[in-house]
Unconditional design. Structure first.
Length: 285
């Protein structure tokens, strides 16, 4: 029996995950415990800088005594809880959810999804060629980032990052109902005419590539995007005195995008327009 501790908390919650005893700080989620115990729980809507959205339903696990499966990203750990992450119910649920998502949206740029579908045996094609999709042309209306809503799974992470959890610009929200629900600006205005301040924090949290840097989008379109050839260098932004950390992604001696470490005590992964997009002068030749 293995015991996994996270940090040195004042109070610990002890419960069982797949037969393994786990102790975590009070207030931790099941996903926190599973991650600490080395369990790989797939998730799309979860973000380590945002509150759980409970939208994608990929991270569902089985808790003994619970009538339904529960989302591990938001369900708090409780003493004595018995959790199963790889039971028949969880495997079936994960398989069907991935099939539904992949049949309706383009997940080709979603990290990890190919492996998850292979491990669960998910087959989106079983719904047939007439399955409804959200396929649509990408919106390229500015030189900083692209909105490709054919890849959007409505995880709400961009809405949360733009709204009260981080930027408080409220430039984007969910419009429509049911299968016609979509991420939109106010009155569906072009992005340059919206309240967007181009911080790019929505791009940072997007799990599927529905929001991507314009340079990344262009390179993917012409087939030259290659993460295996990219180097990452973390530095400090020089535009002001805040001291935001920048991670420069460089391919072929060219900066192709800028992110920020999520564990940075200054930025927590967030940047402003200058830090996120103001790097062209570095490589102007």
């Amino acid at each position: 029996m293995t015991i996994v501790d996270i940090g040195i908390p004042k109070r610990l919650v002890e419960f069982t995950v797949d037969g393994q005893t786990v102790r975590v700080p009070e207030g931790s989620t099941i996903l926190d415990a599973c991650t600490a115990a080395g369990k790989d729980i797939p998730t799309l809507c979860y973000g380590d800088t945002l509150e759980p959205a409970n939208a994608c339903r990929v991270c569902m696990v089985e808790v003994e005594g619970s009538r339904t499966l529960v989302p591990s990203c938001s369900r708090k750990a409780e003493p004595g809880m018995v959790v199963h992450t790889d039971s028949e119910r969880t495997r079936t649920s994960r398989k069907v959810v991935l099939e539904l998502l992949a049949s309706a949206t383009d997940l080709s740029t979603t990290p990890g999804v190919v492996e998850w579908m292979a491990s669960t045996g998910a087959d989106p094609d079983r719904f047939g060629p007439d399955a409804a999709t959200v396929a649509q042309p990408a919106l390229v209306d500015n030189e900083l980032y692209v909105r490709d809503y054919g890849k959007c799974i409505l995880c709400y992470k961009c809405v949360d990052a733009c709204g009260e959890q981080w930027q408080n610009s409220f430039a984007i929200s969910v419009a429509g109902r049911g299968f016609h629900a979509r991420i939109s600006t106010e009155f569906s205005n072009p992005l340059p005419d919206s309240a967007c301040v181009y911080c790019g924090n929505c791009v940072e949290v997007c799990p599927t590539g529905a929001l991507s840097f314009k340079r990344e989008y262009d390179k993917r379109e012409d087939g030259t995007w290659d993460e295996s050839r990219q180097k990452q260098t973390t530095t400090v932004c020089t535009f002001c005195g805040v001291g935001c950390n920048l991670t420069l992604h460089v391919q072929d001696n060219e900066i192709v995008k800028v992110t920020s470490p999520h564990d940075s005590s200054v930025t927590h992964g967030n940047l402003c327009i200058k830090g996120r997009f103001g790097w062209q002068h570095v490589q102007n030749r």
